[in-house]
Design a protein around this ligand. Structure first.
Ligand code: ADP
Length: 152
């Protein structure tokens, strides 16, 4: 069985925190599908094609990384991709509380998909797309928080 993981998120935009989680997960899986969830109720700062191309360019040299978009439940997308793992990153207690709820709900809905958490590396634990967007809105410089391929 191929070990396929879905890494779901908004990636609005992709940050060095996301990049680090994916890089560290590469040895764990045969394939990782970085999956941009399209949420009609959430107003994104960057459009889907832009977010997708940043992700593609960031992982251009990693042959086991794919990029996709999806709507609906993450577990339904996993089933469609034959993925048995959901990859998520943990920065803090707040992340744990949120992620724990989602992971347990998903486990109740489907038993053969496991959520795998990687704890963030300390140097990236303060980075969040939400704060990056706030800084951008206020004309600050966010370069240090973004992978090289993510150019604004
Ligand atoms: P969502 O909208 O689902 O929260 P995000 O794009 O914000 O999506 O995050 C996707 C995943 O990446 C989540 O598991 C989140 O906890 C993780 N993540 C975000 N920033 C970091 C970071 N700096 N270090 C580690 N994991 C992170």
């Amino acid at each position: 069985m191929e070990r396929i993981a879905v890494f779901p998120g908004s990636f609005d935009p992709l940050t060095k925190g996301h990049e680090s989680i994916v890089k560290r997960a590469i040895p764990l899986f045969d394939k990782i599908i970085i999956s941009i969830g399209i949420n009609a109720g959430k107003n994104a700062m960057f459009d889907i094609d832009q977010r997708k191309s940043w992700i593609k360019n960031t992982f251009i040299d990693d042959s086991t990384i794919e990029v996709a978009t999806y709507t609906g439940l993450t577990i339904d997308f996993c089933k469609a991709q034959n993925a048995h793992f959901i990859l998520r990153g943990l920065r803090s207690n707040a992340d744990f509380t949120y992620e724990n709820g989602i992971a347990q709900m998903n486990k109740s809905l489907i038993t053969n998909i496991e959520t795998v958490f990687l704890v963030t590396e300390p140097e990236f634990s303060h980075i969040s797309s939400t704060i990056v967007r706030d800084i951008i809105r206020n004309n600050g410089n966010v370069e240090q928080f973004l992978p090289n391929a993510v150019t604004l």
